[in-house]
Design a protein around this ligand. Structure first.
Ligand code: AVI
Length: 311
């Protein structure tokens, strides 16, 4: 095997430490290889996965008011921009002067911003490759005034509250006094609805969760046998979060170069948390991060909320 790059070596060390921990964990960032990204797109169109379409409906229903509050000509900074699909709808609503797409995946990002430039030829479109967990530094020539940080999809829910607070603080640091944050947040609701959204009848979320093992087999040279593992998605009421796990059907030994772990039947690997908020609790988190005021819109069933927060 050729020697791993320092970045890959660090990932391998992180993954091996997670597999060795009690309970075992795999970071959700490893969901998103090429296959995982395709599966996630499919999840967003599932009947049980209400988040994406509900957020879209809120943005459509209240687009005029959001546009009025933000005003034309702002600089939109979308964090985790992905395929820039949501950006297109937002740009049509608020007509920004500049759009900055920030994402960790360079290849995907450059393709997506090219599409956005074609759709909005007059818009100044930039791409910034950055990890949201690191320092969020933008190039100096990006306008500093009237910035709108856009973080849709309830991705904030994939961070534990202290990490969510720290990320909101980094977003706040990107803004001058006239800036704002537009963020989508999934809300606490009936457990059956929540669990179905993360364990759909067609098995797409199960395939998404299991795919992380295929990714690890490739990345780490591990020998996970996927038929030995099942997808579990459970709402943890106390922590107000959906937890995704992979559970061993039988005693199984997993090995990789330099390590191994024996899993007992029923033992789980924790792969993701997706926190569900009450609006008041999320508004409090925003306040702690330095946002002084916010407007909030929700759907008639109060499944999801879109908040516009200002310093
Ligand atoms: C990306 N994120 C907001 C999704 C969520 O709902 O927490 C990831 C996901 N995991 C399983 N289904 C969707």
């Amino acid at each position: 095997m050729p020697p791993a790059s320092p970045a890959l070596a660090a990932e391998i060390t992180e993954i091996a430490a997670g597999l060795g921990a009690a309970p075992a964990t795999i970071s959700p960032k490893y969901f998103y290889d090429a296959e995982g990204s395709v599966l996630f797109e499919r999840i967003t169109r599932l009947p049980e996965y209400y988040l994406t379409r509900t957020e879209r409906a809120i943005m459509q229903a209240h687009g005029e008011e959001i546009g009025r509050q933000v005003g034309r000509g702002a600089t939109v900074i979308e964090l985790g921009a992905g395929n820039c699909e949501k950006a297109r709808r937002l740009c049509a609503l608020i007509e920004p002067g500049c759009f900055v797409a920030v994402d960790i995946s360079a290849d995907f990002l450059h393709q997506a911003v090219d599409g956005l430039r074609d759709a909005f030829p007059a818009l100044d479109v930039r791409a910034v490759v950055a990890d949201l967990l690191g320092e969020l530094a933008l190039p100096d020539d990006i306008p500093a005034d009237r910035r709108l940080v856009f973080y849709p999809g309830s991705s904030i829910g994939n961070f534990d509250p202290p990490a969510a607070l720290a990320l909101l603080g980094r977003m706040r640091a990107l803004l001058a006094a006239d800036g704002a944050l537009l963020i989508g947040v999934d809300l606490v609701k009936d457990v059956a609805v929540l669990e179905a959204a993360y364990d759909d009848a067609a098995g797409v979320t199960a395939a998404f969760n299991l795919n992380v093992l295929t990714h690890l087999n490739r990345l780490l040279g591990a020998d996970f046998d996927l038929v030995q593992w099942r997808h579990r998605a459970l709402f943890n009421r106390e922590k107000s979060r959906i937890e995704m796990h992979l559970e061993a059907y039988a005693d199984t030994l997993v090995t990789w170069p330099g390590g191994s772990r024996h899993f007992r039947r029923g033992e789980r690997i924790h792969t993701e948390n997706s926190y569900k908020y009450r609006i008041a609790d999320f508004a409090h988190l925003l306040e702690l991060a330095g946002f002084a005021s916010c407007s909030c819109w929700t759907d008639p069933g109060h499944a999801f909320a879109v908040l516009l927060a200002r310093p």
